[in-house]
Write a protein that binds this ligand. Sequence first.
Ligand code: GDP
Length: 341
Amino acid sequence: MSAARTRRQVDVDALVEGVLAGRRAAVSRSITLVESSRPDHRTAARDLLARLTPHAGGSVRVGISGVPGVGKSTFIESLGMMLVEQGKQVGVLAVDPSSVRTGGSVLGDKTRMPRLSASPGAYIRPSPSAGTLGGVARATTQAMLILEAAGYDVVLVETVGVGQSEVTVSGMVDSFLFLTLARTGDQLQGIKKGILEIVDVVAVNKADDQGGHATGEADARVAARELAGAMRMVQGHGEWAPPVVTASGLTNVGVDDVWQRIIDHRDHLGEAGLARKRADQQLDFTWALVRDELAERLRRSPGVAAIRDQVRNDVLAGEIAAPEAADRILAAYDERRDGTA
Ligand code: GDP
């Protein structure tokens, strides 16, 4: 602890003031703080977030997903510029499972959105490249809160169509947009199961004649109709039938229509529905945080550390079965918990 004390203290007051004044430097420093796993930073981050929370909640939160190459960054750049030109402030965050694996992130990279990142009305932040998907998701949710407190009107959360990341992102946004390419028949099978259940708006992208897997508007429209049919069969959406539209992020055609559908979805939820959705998300998030923290405590537990190698050897040698090994680890954790927590 004494080492932690000699570290420079975080000036939470200055951060709160800077964020509420909408200063980018304060926003950046605050997001860096909530991404940090240092124990003293986590305490400061908690304080910061508690003080910003009453000022948050005012943005339109949109998740955007699709496989690499579908045109996410091009689309987000078009959509973001359109919103900025309407006078809105736009934040772009990313949840990138590849950053968890490789430590580098392919999403939310400023070089992928040159115009938007140069715009004073936009703030782009790449995915934090450390920790678990849960940790990245936590940092992203908190970054969203910071952007809201700083007065951002729209927050776009980008994710790539891999693993659990869409489900994770759909748990932190009001509306979820899925970008896809024109597919028909069998190709529709290639769309990951589960995605269609959680999307609110679908856009068949690259509906233009500009090359690079472009399909042309007419073909894109046919594909959109087929996809809309397929979606009706998997619907878990109650009364909201997710619209399937065509767009081109490159030529900027249909991007405004996609945005209108997102607003329609929001209107459909209504004020009370949106409040309920967000409250449910908070509850889920609460338990996700508890699970994260428990896993962290387990990793740090001296009781567990003391027997970890022995249990490992016993399991690998086939001397004890997994359930017994798990019981031993949990018992070691429980025994030392009171004295060390
Ligand atoms: P991401 O990996 O999903 O972010 O995709 P990018 O936005 O980086 O786009 C991948 C490639 O597709 C690039 O070569 C883009 O120029 C191209 N592209 C993106 N959007 C469109 C579009 O609307 N139409 C066409 N024809 N090409 C596009």
